[in-house]
Design a binder for this molecule. Sequence first.
Ligand code: ATP
Ligand code: MG
Length: 279
Amino acid sequence: MSEQQRGQVPYAQLGRQVQELEQTVATLQQLQAEREEFIAYVVHELRTPITFLAGYAELLLANEFGPLNDSQREALQALFDKAEALIHLISRLLAWQDIRARALDATPVQIEEIVSLAVRSAKAVAQQHNIKLSMQVDNPPLPPVLADPDRVGQILDNLLSNALKYSPGGGEIIVHLAREEDAIRCSVSDQGIGIPPKALKHIFDRFYRVGGTPAHGVPGLGLGLTIVREIVNAHGGHIGAESTLGKGSTFYFTLPLASQPSAQFSTTHPAQSAAEESL
Ligand code: ATP
Ligand code: MG
């Protein structure tokens, strides 16, 4: 009895099917790359005119073109706020594209310096919101980590921006650095609104926002923490969050020490490690 008669797929036919499948996968990957390139192009081209709109609205609001009456001011403020929201959205999408397209540029770095810069940049906003922002380092100086400084800056900017955004009642934000075996652990703690236990496991998911959109009336896209997770994973670190609803949250991540022989990065682009997700 032949293979076919026994109901088995002949070897040659199986080979053809594998080949067809491989071709389909290659075509899909090509389409995916084209789609991402198109999105990156559109998003990039939108940035300039929208920034221009926001700039003019700001000048008008500052009475640079003469005094405004109340209804003109109100309309312009609405225009300015919407333009700002679009700029935020565009910068998020560009950051997301960037981590997918550009590999890490890793070097031994003093993480204290990056954290201190991020904390200094966030100080003005913290003051505006009546929030005390400080940095604590256990047993300084800490050994260097093997990391891409720009990307680590992105992690901190995102975590600090969240801590500030989701602390409407003020309070304190502490950025803490400590050595943990073969890594440095960095945490950002706030005394903000907190996250319900059920939502905590989803907060790193793409476009996820607690309570839908906009979360608690705070503008955002739900991409910040996804970007943070991609960057930390690409460095071979760990990330997590703890929170008590109404009391506050702590987000932490680790980065491997530069002296660690096991310190290694994903050789692919960061986002490819996350199951080839796309926008
Ligand atoms: P964006 O893309 O502009 O960062 P976002 O801040 O909404 O928008 P993420 O930073 O990814 O998105 O955060 C996802 C969600 O997790 C937020 O919408 C918010 O509901 C919740 N969250 C994040 N950080 C905190 C925090 N420190 N305290 C309370 N909730 C938080
Ligand atoms: Mg955010």
